[in-house]
Design a protein around this ligand. Structure first.
Ligand code: AKG
Length: 290
C-alpha cells in the first residue's frame, strides 16, 4: 500500500491510480464470502414484489423504489439488474446472479467491510494523500454479473457526491477478482479531472417521482479518449472525484466483483444538501481516522 511520491504525482496528473496488491487474497475472499452470506439471507425488497394493475398502484410502486433508494445511505440494501423478476416479483435467475450492487453503508454496518474500510493501510493511504479529516460517505459492493452486468455510462463521481469546493471526493475501488477488458474493467480519460463538472444529480422535492433529477448535462466523450485499466485481484484503483470514467456491459461468462467506497475530505468542505445521499442521525459520515 506504499504510495511513494512518484505514484502520487501520477494520480495528480491522470486523476486515477492503480495500486496493485493493496489487499491480500485472504481479504478479498473474506469480502466475497461475507457477501455470499448476506445474499443467502436476503429478503426480496417489497417494492420488487409489487404487482400493479392500476396507475395508482404503479405510482405507489415507483414511490416504493424511490424511497428504497433515497433511504439506503445508512442501510445495507440490494439493487438489481433489469429483467431479473417476473411480474409477481419472483426471481427469473438465481438470486445471487440477480444483483447489480449492494449499498450504501456496508462500511458502517458489516464487520468485514468496516474492518477493511478502516484498516491501517487505508488510513495510511489517506495520510499519504494529505487528507486531514477524511470521512466515509458511502460504500458499494458491485457484482458486474456475467452476461448481464449493466454498463456504467461515462460520469464523474462529483456529479452524484457534490461538495463545495470541488476536489474533496475520492473513490477507492478494490478488485476482488481479476478485472480485464473481457469482464468489464474500468475505463478512464486520463487528465479529465481538472475542468470541473457540468452535471449534478439533485434531490427533487419530497414525495416527487422521480426522486432525483439532473441539472446540466454531461459533456460528450468519444470512446477513443478512454483507456482501459485492468487490475488484478486485490488491486486498488484511486479515483479522483472529477475524473471521467465508465465501464461496459459485462457480456463475458466471468463476474467482476469489487468493493468500493468514497471518502470526503471534511476539512473546510461543505456537503451539498441537494445530494441524494445525506448523513443521518443514525449514521453521520464516520471519520476514517480514530
Ligand atoms: C463508480 O463507482 O463511480 C463507478 O464508476 C464504478 C463502475 C464499475 O465498477 O463498473
Amino acid at each position: 500500500s506504499c504510495l511513494s511520491p512518484s505514484p502520487l504525482w501520477l494520480f495528480r496528473k491522470d486523476g486515477f491510480l492503480v495500486l496493485e496488491e493493496f489487499c491480500t487474497t485472504e481479504e478479498c475472499d473474506a469480502m466475497r464470502e461475507q457477501i455470499h452470506k448476506i445474499v443467502s439471507e436476503m429478503d426480496v425488497p417489497p417494492h420488487c414484489r409489487t404487482v400493479f394493475c392500476t396507475k395508482e398502484e404503479e405510482q405507489l410502486h415507483e414511490q416504493g423504489s424511490a424511497d428504497y433508494f433515497l433511504t439506503s445511505g445508512d442501510k445495507i440494501r440490494f439493487f438489481f439488474e433489469k429483467g431479473v423478476f417476473d411480474e409477481k416479483g419472483d426471481f427469473l435467475v438465481p438470486k445471487e446472479k440477480s444483483i447489480n450492487k449492494i449499498g450504501h453503508a456496508l462500511h458502517a454496518y458489516d464487520p468485514i467491510f468496516k474492518q477493511i474500510t478502516h484498516s491501517s493501510k487505508v488510513q495510511e493511504l489517506g495520510r499519504k494523500l494529505g487528507l486531514e479529516k477524511p470521512v466515509v460517505v458511502q460504500s458499494m459492493y458491485i457484482f458486474k454479473q456475467p452476461d448481464i452486468g449493466g454498463e456504467v455510462l461515462p460520469h464523474q463521481d462529483a456529479t452524484f457526491l457534490y461538495t463545495e469546493p470541488l476536489g474533496r471526493i475520492l473513490g477507492l475501488w478494490i478488485a476482488l477478482e481479476d478485472t480485464t477488458r473481457e469482464n468489464s474493467c474500468l475505463w478512464f480519460i486520463p487528465g479529465s479531472h481538472t475542468t470541473g463538472i457540468t452535471r449534478r444529480m439533485i434531490r427533487t422535492p419530497p414525495g416527487t417521482i422521480p426522486c432525483t433529477q439532473f441539472i446540466g448535462s454531461e459533456r460528450t466523450y468519444q470512446h477513443n479518449q478512454f483507456i482501459p485499466v485492468p487490475v488484478h485481484k486485490g488491486g486498488l484503483v484511486l479515483i479522483h472525484g472529477e475524473v471521467v470514467h465508465k465501464s461496459e456491459l459485462n457480456s463475458s461468462k466471468r463476474s467482476r466483483h469489487v468493493y468500493t467506497f468514497h471518502l470526503m475530505e471534511a476539512k473546510d468542505t461543505s456537503w451539498s444538501k441537494e445530494n441524494w445521499l445525506q448523513p443521518t442521525p443514525e449514521l453521520p459520515f464516520p471519520p476514517l481516522y480514530p
